[in-house]
Ligand binder design. Sequence first.
Ligand SMILES: [Zn+2]
Length: 55
Amino acid sequence: MRSLLRRCTKCGAYTLSKEKCPRCGGPVKVPHPPKYSPEDKYQRYRILQKLSTGA
Ligand SMILES: [Zn+2]
């Protein structure tokens, strides 16, 4: 089952409205948990750095 809950990208308010935030009129999005953690991101940077400086 899909979640009906949306979240305003502007003020961060949760809403059931599909179109816009009832509070500030900003765009709403279905909140998804991030797929990767910041640690993974840093690890990727480290790998990229290694590739550009090494060899
Ligand atoms: Zn809002």
